[in-house]
Design a protein around this ligand. Structure first.
Ligand SMILES: CCN(CC)CCN(C[C@]12C[C@](c3ccc(C(F)(F)F)cc3)(C1)C2)C(=O)Cn1c(SCc2ccc(F)cc2)nc(=O)c2c1C=CC2
Length: 399
């Protein structure tokens, strides 16, 4: 309704030729397993409903903790405003084996989790990618869980499901705790989880049976021989951008990477051009970045023509996660969830530049090269490099 201040918005649908499905996969019953939401090209299915955007109320509790709100307040607020929001992907829709699809592993930011970058993941899937949005268990997510098998005695009781969800919530910095040290440890775990997700998808592609502890009627065998195993990339937002850098430096099968508004603190100071051999695209917002962060990015890019940076004018840090679409009014303004640029316009620039970069470095045979100019920072609302001034402060001539 347009009358209330909190107007209701939708997460934008994919613009590519494919309908999109999504399904959740969790392996093993322990924190060492993989947990991801898969977005994929699907057969049209008008009879299948859209997936829930935030699937468990514990995510509301986690978000409240992360945002320093009281849980009872946060949980009700989130439930009221976004409890009924779905993402434009059909839940467990049948996978459409048409060609071998390139694979994209996506890493979420601090305080986020696997489902809230669906505008990006759904667009990529609609354009013919299989997208594995991992949920990290490094305590950087607002909330996440793993499944534990109940003891025999417990599950004997009536209506006791055999599995129980063990929730892990966002770990706040302890007083006096060195942030760099915690984040450097977490980014190592995050990279390992991206590599584990890559190996899991490759295992499924080879036809091996995998146990999904989340029982859904999605047919994982339909993915057999559908992944283009030579065309794999990694993408992430903010802390997830640092995870991209760490993952590329550790796993050569990630052929290239895209870091959205990267947070460089978790990346060691010893970072240099040789840390990452693969092509890497930095897509920054105008408002989030600062000189020290940009200097670390520039050290990594140095003079490598395969490493590029562009900035989307009028965008903010929250222009990449989905809240920029589903929020409005005072909440959006208070938390700076939208920039001056229209959220759909900003995500289109980011997605088109990403697609052009992926076509170039994964040698895709699509028409994404139509957006090559964006990767060079040429086009409306985009600039090459950064708006942040990093020139050393001139000594004041008066002293
Ligand atoms: C006070 C907490 N304080 C913790 C260090 C800073 C909190 N903060 C700024 C916020 C996230 C904000 C946000 C979101 C979402 C609503 C909502 F109401 F719409 F849900 C509201 C308010 C509060 C904007 C950030 O951390 C920014 N940020 C993020 S934001 C990723 C995210 C998380 C949850 C989401 F729901 C959506 C997106 N990912 C990173 O990797 C990094 C940073 C900073 C450095 C590295």
């Amino acid at each position: 309704s347009t009358s209330s201040t909190e107007k209701f918005y939708r997460i934008p649908e994919g613009k590519g030729p494919h309908s999109v499905g999504c399904t959740d996969l969790m392996t093993e019953n322990a924190v060492e397993g993989s947990f991801l939401r898969l977005y994929y090209p699907a057969y049209d299915a008008t009879d299948i409903e859209e997936a829930r955007w935030i699937p468990d109320k514990e995510y509301y509790q986690g978000l409240s903790d992360f945002l320093n709100m009281y849980r009872v307040v946060g949980e009700r607020l989130f439930h009221y405003y976004v409890g009924s929001v779905t993402c434009p992907a059909k839940s467990n829709a049948a996978f459409k084996p048409e060609e071998k699809y390139p694979l994209l592993v996506f890493s979420h930011g601090l305080g986020a989790f696997r489902t809230i970058y669906s505008a990006i993941c759904i667009e990529m899937a609609s354009q013919g990618f299989i997208v594995a949005a991992v949920e990290h268990r490094d305590e950087s997510a607002s909330a996440t869980y793993y499944c534990k098998r109940r003891s025999v005695s417990e599950s004997q009781e009536e209506s006791m499901p055999s599995m129980e969800k063990e929730w892990i919530y966002y770990r706040k910095l302890k007083t006096g705790e060195e942030e760099r040290c915690l984040r450097h440890k977490q980014v190592q775990q995050r990279a390992q989880e991206c590599i584990k997700a890559l190996n899991l998808i490759l295992k499924i592609n080879s036809g091996e049976e995998v146990t999904n502890v989340l029982h859904s009627d999605f047919d994982w065998n339909s993915l057999k021989d559908s992944v283009d195993t030579s065309r794999i990339a990694v993408m992430g937002h903010s802390f997830g951008g640092a995870t991209v850098i760490e993952s590329l430096s550790k796993e050569i099968r990630f052929r290239c990477g895209i870091a959205l508004d990267v947070w460089m603190l978790p990346v060691g100071d010893d970072i240099c051009q040789n840390s990452v051999q693969q092509p890497l695209l930095f897509i920054n917002s105008e408002k989030f970045q600062w000189a020290e962060n940009i200097l670390k990015i520039k050290k990594l890019i140095s003079n490598d023509t395969n490493k590029k940076m562009i900035t989307i004018k009028g965008s903010v840090h929250q222009s990449f996660p989905d809240f920029t679409f589903v929020s409005g009014g005072i909440i959006a303004r208070f938390f700076k969830l939208k920039g001056e640029i229209d959220p759909n316009e900003a995500i289109d620039i980011s997605n088109r530049a990403s697609l052009a970069f992926l076509q170039k470095h994964l040698s895709l045979k699509k028409d994404f090269d139509q957006w090559d100019s964006l990767v060079d920072g040429i086009g409306a609302n985009v600039i090459p490099g950064t708006n942040i001034d990093t020139s050393p402060a001139e000594p004041d001539p008066c002293f």
